[in-house]
Unconditional design. Structure first.
Length: 190
């Protein structure tokens, strides 16, 4: 009897790339993505820890995995998945640092005055918040608690202890919840 071999990163990526074809392929893609995440998230966290502030590592980690999910079907053409993943991380860190500098300059030059907010902007923001609340209600209780706590500024260590969750599980659940919320809000606003 031959030992069962694990699928390669390329094989996992090929399954993920077909996710739009059917509901069963969507579910298979999510499962294969979890395998990729489990396989590479530890090394990616270590990579990020040396490049961004400690308080930002988790957020950057999640953003990188969101980009991987978004771009994997069209942009990963095989080869070394870890190198591709780390390239996405490097690019995100660079983009983020540029955006931060621009945002800081804009914040210094502009003072928010509620009287200057256009009514249509306020309406759009209100619709977004309503859509987000509706989508949060669709999440399972643990995921919703995790998202609300992270949005409230609670760090993963405290959150994991309070919810009795392993750190890797909390990161995975939060990532999945963010993807679900993003897709749900997009659908709600279409």
């Amino acid at each position: 009897m031959s030992p069962r071999t694990e699928p390669t990163d390329e094989q996992l990526a090929a399954v993920i790339a077909t996710r739009e074809n059917s509901e069963s392929q969507w579910q298979a893609a999510q499962q294969q993505f979890e395998v990729l995440y489990a396989r590479h998230s530890g090394k990616l966290l270590a990579f990020l820890a040396g490049r961004v502030r400690r308080s930002d590592v988790d957020d950057v980690h999640q953003a990188v995995w969101e980009r991987v999910w978004q771009h994997l079907p069209g942009r990963f053409s095989g080869g070394n998945f870890r190198a591709w993943l780390h390239q996405i991380a490097r690019n995100y860190i660079i983009d983020r640092s540029r955006r931060r500098t621009t945002d800081q300059l804009e914040d210094e030059a502009r003072f928010d005055d509620p009287r200057t907010t256009r009514p249509d902007e306020a309406l759009v923001e209100s619709e977004r918040m309503q859509a987000l609340e509706g989508c949060l209600r669709k999440l399972d209780e643990l995921s919703a608690t995790l998202v609300r706590a992270r949005l409230g500024g609670e760090d993963y260590d405290t959150l994991c202890e309070r919810l009795d969750l392993a750190s890797a599980r909390a990161h995975k659940l939060f990532h999945q919840a963010k993807v679900q919320l993003s897709n749900c809000v997009k659908r709600a606003l279409e």
